[in-house]
Design a protein around this ligand. Structure first.
Ligand code: IMP
Length: 427
């Protein structure tokens, strides 16, 4: 049973959407397993640009079922808008299924996200402000709402009364904010439930049915390895598990459904929000990468911090997520420099370190050890065979493979669906 996970091996924004879109054409089902509308997946297909937040990028390959798994947190207003958005672009969302166990982002989650960030001041996480952390926190505190709750009016209204009372106390008494209206939330969320009810189901059954039929399933990650709640640069992380290990819990079928793990890697490194970043560039090269790659957040518009590729991070991702192949994005963006650098290890107190440490204090003292390499021209967008890539680009790919022991199966040379060098089939 081929089950392929496509996930981000850095801090998100690696360009997963375009690879998922490409591979979705070969899959029978596409499933999101974690995160929420903090994600912003940009895909260029059918001559159009699609910016997706919660809906799996596979929706663009029309007809096949796309599932929002139980590990995802859903802002129903945002999801309804997104459904309208894709349909306005001529793509049917009729085959979009939503897990009845997925948790719901409530208005107070967004309010508390903003208030908590403001209170933290300089120590803020730099969240996307979509209420993701507070929603996952309520899930683990066992006071959250699930999509199935929106369909049970009586239960929902009673539980909302109790939960909102507590949230309003927190908002007003601790943070000095304004209380939220019970009636407004009740009416809005019951209406969302009515609009989404035909899509809400036990998606684990649907997925299991596909597993038993030996169908090809693509699991689409959001964010990236270093934003993982356990393995990321805690506390500067998101509140879910983007690593491949997040799949089984996030979709409701056993871990053996995963047969391959494709780690998406940007040919350089970016990060939004706060937190350590060993290879960050503060000079004109960092600015050049940012401008050339339009490195501004899809969700928040914030400028992304840019730096050289870091192989310490990739080795860490290989180990933690069991990566079997890499998909390298934006080789075209990194073109045009005379030379490029790759971090092959860290120096710490005079010693070489090649494991990514948990301690932020240690990370702040790591010095990147670089290998400098010949660059390549920037227009490589028409190339489809590895051997036709400029020498510098080929050497760059080979270095990644040698240093990590993992093959680079796909190389993005432009934003379009077909602008890709394929070296290995994934399904
Ligand atoms: P949250 O997920 O909104 O709570 O934000 C927590 C951290 O994850 C912040 O540093 C965000 O900038 C980062 N983050 C969340 N989603 C994404 C994403 O899709 N791409 C890149 N960074 C993200």
């Amino acid at each position: 049973m081929p089950g392929l996970v496509v996930f981000g091996s850095q801090w998100g924004d690696e360009g997963k959407g375009r690879f998922v879109d490409y591979l979705a054409g070969q899959a029978d089902m596409v499933i999101r397993y974690q995160g929420g509308n903090n994600a912003g997946h940009t895909v260029y297909a059918n001559g159009q640009e699609f910016k997706l937040r919660t809906i799996p990028s596979g929706i663009i390959s029309e007809g096949k079922p796309c599932v929002i798994g139980n590990g995802v947190v859903i802002d129903p207003a945002s999801l309804l808008k997104e459904i309208e958005y894709v349909e306005a672009k001529g793509v049917s969302a009729a085959n979009l299924h939503i897990s009845d166990r997925a948790h719901v982002i409530m208005p107070y989650h967004k309010v508390l996200d903003a208030l908590s960030e403001a209170r933290l001041g300089d120590a803020k996480i730099g969240t996307t402000g979509n209420g993701i952390g507070p929603c996952y926190a309520d899930k683990t505190s066992r006071c959250g709402f699930r999509m199935c709750d929106l369909l049970e009016e009586d239960r929902f209204s009673k539980k909302l009364k109790v939960v909102l009372e507590g949230k309003n106390e927190l908002i007003t008494k601790i943070y000095g904010g304004k209380p939220l209206s019970y009636d407004e939330i009740l009416n809005d969320y019951l209406e969302y439930g009515r609009k989404l009810k035909d899509r809400i189901e036990d998606t684990s059954l649907l997925i299991y049915d596909y597993v038993k039929q030996n169908k090809k399933i693509l699991f689409e990650g959001a964010q990236g390895m270093l934003l993982d709640l356990d393995y990321g640069t805690y506390p500067f992380v998101t509140s879910s598990h983007p690593t491949a290990g997040g799949v089984a819990c996030g979709v409701g079928v056993g871990p053996q459904v995963v047969t391959d793990v494709l780690g998406v890697v940007k040919s350089y490194t970016t990060r939004v929000g706060e937190g350590p970043f060993v290879t960050e560039l503060f000079d004109e090269i960092g600015d050049a990468i940012r401008n050339k790659g339009h490195e501004f957040g899809t969700v928040t518009g914030r400028p992304r911090r840019c730096g050289w590729l870091d192989l310490v991070i990739l080795r860490f991702a290989v180990r933690v997520s069991g990566i079997t192949a890499f998909a390298l994005s934006r080789m075209d963006t990194l073109g045009g420099f005379d030379t490029v650098k790759v971090c092959v290890g860290y120096e710490y107190k005079g010693k070489m370190i090649d494991n990514y440490p948990a301690s932020l204090e240690m990370l702040s003292k790591m010095k990147p050890v670089y290998k400098e390499m010949q660059g390549w021209r920037d227009d490589i967008s028409e190339i489809r065979n590895f051997e036709d890539l400029p020498q510098g680009a080929q050497e760059y790919v080979k270095l990644i493979e040698e240093e990590t022991g993992i093959p680079v199966a796909m190389i993005g040379v432009g934003p379009g669906r077909e602008q890709c060098v394929m070296r290995k089939t994934m399904f």
